[in-house]
Design a protein around this ligand. Structure first.
Ligand code: SF4
Length: 199
């Protein structure tokens, strides 16, 4: 959404206008011009709003990302500001210190943006495609499950356990995604299942 003139920007401009006009009435025309030029433009003007969810914990607070640059025009979009979503029922616009510092997370030099793989025998991680990463994970899971799945315990009772693999999911999802994730993971027999909210 383009924000041409916010309430805050209007008040700031109106206040500056009154001050500048008053100076002008006293014969300080140049000062009026310089004062008006010194007003910083409202930082959210001409930004695009994108609603999202804080990535940190299972509270899953709603956030608004403000960005500049239109991807549809081939421009590089850059997030310039993040704040709590006042319309979100969970947090009503508030954020804890971790959520309030999300912009630093986005801009962190160590932020992981792509799947990385350290091949056998190598001492370096290299970037791979999502297709390669997912194929490799699926292959490893299938091989491990085939080798270690426990269908019955020593008493002959059906247990359907897979104890040699674990699954770490993310909490910043919808209820529906969490439900589907839970069903898929439990259907494999995995017992060690958690999410990052407890890490
Ligand atoms: S880390 Fe803070 S802002 Fe983020 S979801 Fe949790 S409580 Fe909300």
């Amino acid at each position: 959404m383009d924000m041409k003139l916010s309430r805050r920007g209007f008040l700031k401009g109106a206040g500056a206008g009154v001050a500048g006009t008053t100076l002008g009435a006293f014969g300080f025309g140049d000062i009026e011009t310089a004062y008006a030029a010194a007003i910083r433009p409202f930082k959210l003007a001409n930004t695009v709003e994108t609603r999202n969810t804080c990535t940190y914990c299972s509270v899953a607070c709603g956030i608004i990302l403000y960005s500049k640059g239109d991807l549809r025009k081939g421009e590089k979009a850059e997030i310039t500001h993040i704040e709590g979503d006042a319309d979100h029922p969970t947090n009503r616009g508030t954020l804890c210190p971790k959520g309030a510092a999300l912009l630093d997370t986005v801009r962190s030099a160590t932020r992981l943006k792509h799947p990385m793989l350290r091949r056998a025998g190598s001492d370096k991680f290299e970037q791979v495609t999502w297709d390669e990463a997912l194929d490799k994970i699926a292959r490893a899971m299938k091989d491990d499950r085939d080798a270690n799945f426990i269908a019955k315990n020593k008493d002959g009772t059906t247990v359907n356990r897979w104890l040699t693999a674990g699954f770490l999911a993310a909490s910043a999802t919808t209820n529906e995604t969490a439900f589907a994730t839970y069903k898929v993971v439990r259907s494999t027999g995995i017992l060690a299942f958690d999410n990052q909210a407890r890490v």
